[in-house]
Write a protein that binds this ligand. Structure first.
Ligand code: GDP
Length: 432
């Protein structure tokens, strides 16, 4: 989906605007097991066009940190969004911080829409008009809290937002899109340099900005791959506050553009909460996953033993992800990365024909019928694969299936088809 990023200094009303745009949609409960975190990405829709909103302002810094924080927001938006909404408080007017953001946004060719917020009635419109002085074109007066002007703003957004994300357009036959993720110092840059260094690097002309290229195309195993947001890996941002938030934001935004993620873990250190959070973000994004255990050259027997224990304990829920044990330093097993990526993508793309799927469901039900609950036994009428990327199945049933029973079906589907490297979803529709 195309990505719309919302940027602005604290208190201008970014979150109110996001809530107004997504409206009731936030209440839509997704049929995915509970992953909780600070949300930054929201699916949204206007006039039957779907897009993702990235709220870059989830971290509210103190006065000292404001410039660094809005700079980080603007940078992420410029690199990873398809269009940017820059929100200013019309009742305050342009501050020096706003001007600072404008200077950053001027460097991009991506569409930027200037939103003059807190224009609660027509009498305040002249205040919005003063924002012409920022040089970002027409200010769009809105009241995020009351909803005034938001429909017109969204109409405008649709005129500048591409139908599909610029990268997704290349999808058919184009290079597959890979995100390299991991907390600082696990070896992301080293891995990138090792792969890019030995192979041919093509600077991406589609970056759409006058700054560093955002993505790189690298030939590996005889094929081109698009490594998304390599700019984010190469750039070392020094933020005294909110570093975790911006890392999460960047990871989420990169996942929007990617098809498969390589999550790098550093075997010389215990698996951390931060590592697991990154894995959760991948799961939530529905992208394919490869786990790369880096710095294998540093492993001794003792650590190797504790590592295996940690993997069992902390990464048991992604036991389906292919695992490569590498050293970006020595080059150990780097050649295993491409087959792992290919396997994960193949699983992610898989489509099981409906006939085959139903024959299999019948076998599973015969093998292990749903238990009788209160004199009733819910039946599975039929099933179908509703989507791929990742494989998503829908079971039409006569009643609610026990969670354990759904887990049984999911586990057996995995045992039968593998789906290595891809999450799968098994959803249910009850026919009354
Ligand atoms: P990033 O922050 O994830 O991009 O991590 P870097 O690629 O900058 O690596 C962080 C540090 O780990 C650097 O000092 C690297 O030289 C070192 N490093 C990266 N990969 C390996 C590896 O496979 N083995 C060893 N021993 N050190 C590594």
């Amino acid at each position: 989906l195309p990505v719309l990023a919302i940027v602005g200094r604290p208190n201008v009303g970014k979150s109110a605007l996001v809530n107004r745009i997504i409206g009731r949609r936030e209440a839509v409960v997704e049929d995915t097991p509970g992953v909780t975190r600070d949300r930054v990405n929201y699916k949204s829709e206007w006039n039957n066009r779907h897009f993702t909103i990235v709220d870059t302002g989830g971290w509210e810094p103190d006065a000292k940190g404001i410039n660094a924080s809005v700079a980080a927001q603007a940078e992420i938006a410029i690199d990873l969004a398809d269009a940017v909404l820059f929100v200013v408080d019309a009742t305050v007017g342009a501050t020096s911080t706003d001007e600072h953001v404008v200077r950053l946004l001027r460097g991009t060719k991506k569409p930027v829409i200037l939103v003059a917020n807190k224009v609660d009635d027509a009498r305040q419109e002249p205040q919005a008009a003063e924002l012409w002085s920022l040089g970002l074109g027409e200010p769009w007066p809105v009241s995020a809290v009351h909803g005034r002007g938001v429909a017109d703003l969204l109409d405008k957004v649709l005129t500048v937002l591409p139908e599909v994300s610029a990268v997704a357009k290349e999808e058919v036959g184009g290079p597959r899109r890979v995100a390299i993720l991991g907390r600082p110092n696990v070896g992301k840059s080293s891995l990138l340099n090792k792969t890019a260094g030995e192979e041919r690097v093509v600077v991406n002309e589609m970056a759409g900005t006058t700054r560093d290229p955002v993505d790189e195309q690298i030939e590996l195993g005889g094929k081109f791959w698009r490594f998304v947001d390599t700019a984010g890996i190469r750039r070392r941002v020094n933020l005294s506050q909110g570093a975790d938030f911006y890392a999460t934001l960047r990871t989420s935004a990169a996942l929007e553009k990617a098809e498969v993620a390589i999550v790098i873990l550093d075997v010389s250190e215990p698996i951390s909460v931060q590592d697991l959070k990154i894995v959760d973000l991948v799961l939530e994004s529905g992208r394919a996953l490869v786990l790369a255990f880096n710095k294998w050259d540093l492993l001794d027997d003792e650590r190797r033993y504790t590592l295996e224990r940690e993997i069992e304990q902390d990464l048991g829920h992604v036991a389906w992800a292919p695992r490569v044990n590498i050293s970006a330093k020595t080059g150990r097993h780097m050649e295993k990365l491409v087959p792992a990526l290919e396997l994960a993508l193949e699983s992610w793309d898989t489509r099981i024909p409906t006939g085959k799927f139903n024959a299999l469901l019948a076998e599973l039900v015969a093998e292990h019928p749903h238990p009788v609950r209160g004199g009733k036994q819910p039946r599975i009428l039929f099933g179908t694969q509703a989507a791929s990327r990742p494989p998503t199945f829908v079971l039409f049933t006569t009643g609610f299936l026990d969670p354990q029973y759904r887990r049984f079906i999911t586990r057996r589907l995995r045992e039968i088809f593998g789906f290595e490297g891809s999450p799968i979803n098994v959803n249910m529709r009850v026919r009354e």
